[in-house]
Design a protein around this ligand. Structure first.
Ligand SMILES: CC(C)(COP(=O)(O)OP(=O)(O)OC[C@H]1O[C@@H](n2cnc3c(N)ncnc32)[C@H](O)[C@@H]1OP(=O)(O)O)[C@@H](O)C(=O)NCCC(=O)NCCS
Length: 222
């Protein structure tokens, strides 16, 4: 389906019988991201942004919406295929120029436990693999059971490390299993938009980051 808002894929059924559609996040989505942010419970906010008082301000939303879909890739789930539809959930990864990228997912509290997180994770994994990435990294609070269970049940090898403090570092191997050939189409109708030419830009400073750096990065980009 092609809409004036761009390519939209779906519908995808949720556990309660509702349907959602997926489309790329784009710059005009900033107000919708503010609204999504404002609808999040304090717990979801804390788990997503690793801070209790996310600002949900327009400038931050503009940064979140300004994804180039090359280095920064993001998809939004919407409840009907119209341009002014609210955003129910977002899945994204931000590359660092290597074969890995940082993963983030958030689902509106009213739509959690319906399969939306799994749908977005599948999309993100498939899109990352299609771009030749090997690993999606993430920082997950140690008691974020919903995210940890979602990752563990993804069907992809998962490495979870705890160094100290309240954050776990996760690494999800997104490569297709050996012998499977190119990318298995987990979601046959997802990812129809072509990959734009270009490479994933480098993030200076190597792999490990302290909690402060992780939180700052979340505020600035993810
Ligand atoms: C983590 C999150 C994205 C999961 O999204 P969701 O749409 O609720 O997840 P799904 O309905 O697709 O569930 C998929 C699996 O995740 C796990 N899961 C999801 N919610 C769970 C919960 N409340 N308790 C335990 N497991 C849970 C389960 O294994 C579930 O599979 P099952 O339903 O077959 O048992 C969502 O809870 C969220 O947005 N949390 C706040 C933001 C966040 O923590 N982001 C991660 C850090 S970036």
């Amino acid at each position: 389906m092609r809409h004036r808002a761009g390519r939209i894929t779906g519908p995808f059924p949720l556990a309660d019988g509702q349907f959602v559609w997926l489309r790329q996040v784009r710059a005009e989505d900033a107000p919708r991201l503010v609204e999504l942010c404002q609808r999040l419970s304090p717990l979801s906010m804390w788990r997503r942004f690793l801070r209790s008082t996310a600002r949900c301000d327009p400038q931050e939303a503009e940064r979140l919406a300004s994804v180039d879909q090359v280095r920064e890739v993001a998809v939004a789930a919407i409840p009907d295929p119209h341009a002014d539809s609210p955003i129910l959930a977002v899945g994204r990864f931000h590359g660092d120029g290597s074969d890995r990228a940082e993963l983030a997912v958030v689902v509106d509290d009213a739509y959690q436990r319906l399969g939306l997180g799994r749908l977005l994770l599948q999309w993100v994994v498939q899109e990352a693999a299609r771009r030749g990435l090997r690993t999606l990294d993430g920082y997950v609070l140690y008691d974020n059971q919903p995210m940890l269970r979602l990752l563990r049940s993804s069907g992809h090898p998962l490495e979870v490390k705890w160094d100290n403090g309240d954050l776990l570092t996760i690494k999800l191997d997104v490569r297709p299993p050996v012998g499977q050939g190119p990318i298995r189409r987990l979601l046959p109708s997802v990812c129809p938009w072509p990959r734009r030419p270009g490479t994933v830009a480098a993030r200076p400073g190597g792999q490990r980051r302290g909690r402060r750096a992780v939180v700052q990065a979340r505020a600035a980009s993810l």
